[in-house]
Design a protein around this ligand. Structure first.
Ligand SMILES: Cc1ncc(C[n+]2csc(CCOP(=O)(O)OP(=O)(O)O)c2C)c(N)n1
Ligand SMILES: [Mg+2]
Length: 520
């Protein structure tokens, strides 16, 4: 036991639990915590220009690396500002730790109300309590469905000094499905005539892509992905059918004719209740398995050990199948991705971005027309390299900054709109200050284009609140000391992106665009 302040106990506990980066915006009531981090050389502290970015950055960091970073913000407004990042991380099952003080409006034992966007929240009551609370926080972060965890350490706790026993981090086993159900699943899959695999975010979070691919190949089961699970199987793999876009008729019909679908780590309920299909659902979250149809075999377990167990049985009891499904996959993909029938200029822009990026690059999708388009038409070749915005405009740039901090060796690119980028464009200063070399492509239509299109198409052209006045994005970048580019067509975009990546510095590429049609 050593005598220390609550602030020191916090920094030392975070380090012991594996935290190497804290994203923060300092302020009153937290000086002792910041000072604890100052004394802890193993933790990098990154200041943002708005608390929103602290949680988005921790989220991006976790999604590409599987590691946990912390966000440290002041209570009250700081925590409210950080809550968008918590909500986003909650939607995409991303584990982040948010630390704040005691919220001004909380009375007695009540915590600032974060239940909807966290899996666990607690308050430390003394310096000696800090390691215990942080240790428990990490148990929640590392077991079950990953989601944000929220801790309050009041100022009097951070400032007080007492004997503190620090704790070591612990390894946790993840649950494997019930053995009888695993055997049943293996049998269903081995006997299936037309199997398919439907993957969700759980495959990314559990790091289960290798086994998934081995199982798909053994069974010759084609694979569809969700939005956030793009890349768990390469879009070049002969069994990959891309994102499960059910509005694309041939893919939906093909899926409807599968006799067995293995649905892993997904909240999709496709096929549920369809008596002609058996659905095997693997999920770590009990709630996702509730209320399912009679045709479902629900297995509660982590995607990684559960798929491994199923693969072990299947590969030892049933022979590997021949490449019987590859032709079907090729036919569906050839129709879907036929260059002659694609929307323009979206297709050419997307191709340009893909050509300029090395395979292992991280692509962060904004809530803009090109971002939506990328879900179907940006091919992804590696796991954990395509990150979505989970419906929240403005999150793409700070999520990308966090991703780049976790994986500095990988190119990281953001596809944003003009509307979305201005939410957090102030973080260009953070990018320059810390050398976070993210490249942002801003497709600029001077509009909240998605919404404007709906006003034109569905509301008789009643345009209101969707036309935007914008800064000159090239000059905006330059004002921060960031290189700005303007690319007016796909060829120029490919060149500019290549140049921006080669510079290994933050970059902004503005692409002026007009009205765009939407397919899905
Ligand atoms: C936090 C939040 N606010 C509002 C929206 C609604 N919304 C979705 S897309 C969009 C327009 C985005 O504009 P821009 O980034 O310029 O992309 P564009 O649609 O023009 O391609 C809006 C306002 C949202 N998804 N999230
Ligand atoms: Mg726009």
């Amino acid at each position: 036991m050593t005598k220390m302040t609550g602030g020191q106990a916090l920094a030392k506990s975070l380090y012991r639990e594996g935290v190497r980066v804290v994203f923060g915006l300092p302020g009153a009531g937290q000086y002792e915590a910041i000072d604890g981090i100052y004394e802890e050389p193993g933790i990098r502290y990154i200041t943002t220009r708005h608390e929103q970015a602290t949680t988005h950055m921790a989220d991006g960091y976790a999604r590409v690396s599987g590691n946990i970073a912390a966000a440290l913000v002041i209570p009250g407004a700081g925590a409210f500002n950080a809550s968008t990042g918590m909500a986003t991380a909650h939607s995409v099952s991303s584990p982040i730790l948010v630390v704040t003080g005691k919220h001004d409006q909380s009375t007695g034992d009540e915590l600032f109300s974060v239940q909807q966007i966290t899996k666990w929240a607690a308050r430390a009551s003394s310096p000696a309590d800090v390691p215990v609370i942080i240790h428990e926080a990490f148990r929640h972060l590392k077991t079950g469905r990953p989601r944000p965890v929220y801790i309050e350490v009041p100022h009097e706790v951070l400032a007080a000094e007492e004997e503190v026993k620090l704790l070591d981090s612990e390894a946790h086993d993840q649950p494997v499905g019930d053995p009888e159900q695993l055997a049943q699943a293996a049998q269903l899959l081995s006997e299936a005539q037309r199997p398919a695999i439907w993957t969700g975010t759980g495959v990314q979070r559990a790091g289960a892509w290798k086994t998934l691919q081995a199982l798909a190949e053994h069974l010759q089961a084609p694979v569809v992905t969700g939005r956030e699970s793009k890349g768990v199987i390469s879009d070049r793999h002969p069994l990959c059918l891309g994102m499960a876009e059910l509005r694309f008729g041939p893919l939906r019909e093909w899926l409807e004719h599968r006799d067995v679908i293995l649905a892993v780590g997904t909240s999709s309920r496709f096929g549920e209740g369809n008596a002609k299909q058996r659905i095997i659902r693997i999920n770590i979250d009990e709630k996702e398995l509730e209320h399912s149809g009679d045709n479902c075999l629900n297995i509660l377990g982590d995607a990684c050990p559960t798929l491994e167990a199923i693969y072990r049985i299947v590969s030892t009891t049933a022979p590997a199948r021949s490449a019987q499904s590859v032709e079907e996959v090729r036919t569906i993909n050839a129709t879907r991705f036929d260059p002659r029938i694609q929307l323009q200029p979206q297709w050419d822009f997307m191709q340009a971005i893909r050509s300029a990026l090395p395979d292992d690059s991280v692509f962060v999708q904004g809530m803009n027309q090109m971002g939506y388009y990328s879900r179907n038409y940006f091919p992804v070749y590696e796991p954990r390299s395509y990150l979505i915005s989970a419906g929240n405009l403005g999150v793409a740039f700070p999520v990308a900054l966090g991703a780049k901090i976790a994986k500095p060796e990988k190119p990281v690119v953001v596809v944003s709109g003009d509307g979305g980028f201005l939410y957090n464009s102030g973080e260009l200063a953070t990018a320059v200050q810390y050398g976070i070399n993210v490249v942002v492509i801003v497709f600029n239509d001077n509009a909240y284009g998605n919404v404007l299109r709906a006003q034109v198409e569905q509301f008789d052209g009643h345009i209101l609140g969707t036309q935007l006045y914008n800064p000159d994005f090239v000059k905006l970048a330059e004002a921060y000391g960031v290189r700005g580019f303007r690319a007016c067509d796909a060829g120029q975009l490919e060149l500019a992106l290549g140049e921006a990546l080669a510079a290994d510095a933050p970059g902004v590429i503005e692409v002026p665009v007009g009205k765009m049609d939407r397919e899905y």
